[in-house]
Write a protein that binds this ligand. Sequence first.
Ligand code: NDP
Ligand code: GDR
Length: 365
Amino acid sequence: MKKALITGVTGQDGAYLSELLLSKGYEVHGIKRRTSLFNTDRIDHLFQDPHNSDGRFVLHHGDMTDSSSLIHIIQKVKPDEIYNLAAQSHVAVSFEEPEYTANSDALGALRILEAIRILGLEKTTRFYQASTSELYGLVQETPQKETTPFYPRSPYAVAKLYAYWITVNYREAYGIYACNGILFNHESPLRGETFVTRKITRALARIKLGLQECLYLGNMDAKRDWGHARDYVEMQWLMLQQNVAEDFVIATGVQFSVRDFVSLAAKELSMEIRWEGLGEEEKGFWVDAPNARATPIVAVDPRYFRPTEVETLLGDPTKAREKLGWTPRTTFAELVSEMIREDLRSAQRDELVKGHGFATFNYNE
Ligand code: NDP
Ligand code: GDR
């Protein structure tokens, strides 16, 4: 039985990847940082009571900023494959916490690679680094592929640039099977609530049911290449199954704006957004008769603008298609539809709870 170790197991990708590897018969070990609440919602369905199970899914406490915990876990598990998914992954937050972001996202990758080396696992443990399209930042070429020059535009992207190159360097210097997946944005119903897609689907579903008044967004002209996380974790696995370690761009090759995402999500809910005004004054109105409203349901709040923005990203996944035989299965429309369906269900649950006089969660960021 193969053993995999996943850092960031409680995150969106960690949950989908755990599911995939368990279905392939792996023993899956996940690193979870200590939190005051459980924070295992995304993987609760995989968890088995350690007192009466075969223990194929095991969680360990550790932190990307703490070498001792990482070395200890890797020494104990001796994994065949390590998927380094843990990161402070929010671009806007990285401007507020640049040092912490560098510590966890840049040095975190180094700590894992050093642990592999210190423990003499260079020839037995394969390493996957969660690299990102944010490396392209101020784009130098469209569409972006493996050879496109990088120009990071946030503390997050700069930290990930270090992680990218240290992965390449340890592959070349020590012969470790280590590779970068340069993944473009991928979303799902498990996406964190403060990333723009989930923020939109969650808010529109709540607005539809009268649980929220307005959705405030930043730059609605930003364009992204959005895929489904379930499709993308398959690539993470495939990259570690090749004869030679290489870096791959994973993307759909299709691009939409934040505004397109809002319009399509609203349509899924039979709401129609009529865009009015320009730039910061821009407001969207719900004109769904007979409940047409005079107040906007989508508005721009400059609070969500970033000091330096990545305006446009579009990936070219030709290498992955040719060498790994991979094409994404989920279309943009299917992705939006699935996210809306799930967020409508949780809004309905909240509506029910509220109807019984209990307070519901209403935090919006
Ligand atoms: P999430 O933000 O959903 O998950 C990040 C995970 O990292 C969480 O489990 C989080 O734990 C954990 N984590 C954060 N800091 C630490 C730390 N100091 N020590 C241990 N664990 C930590 O991200 P995604 O699942 O969306 O993304 C996975 C990886 O892929 C990330 O590295 C991200 O930067 C990268 N990426 C993501 C893309 C995307 O579109 N989703 C695209 C390209 C790259 P907790 O639950 O406690 O917060
Ligand atoms: P991104 O994702 O920065 O691409 O990073 P995010 O969903 O946060 O932003 C996408 C674009 O939407 C614009 N935007 C807003 N973003 C957020 N979060 N909130 C808003 O209100 C809002 N309004 C407009 C942003 O300015 C941006 O242009 C994600 C993360 O998963 C990274 O970890 C990963 O590396 C990259 O995708 C690829």
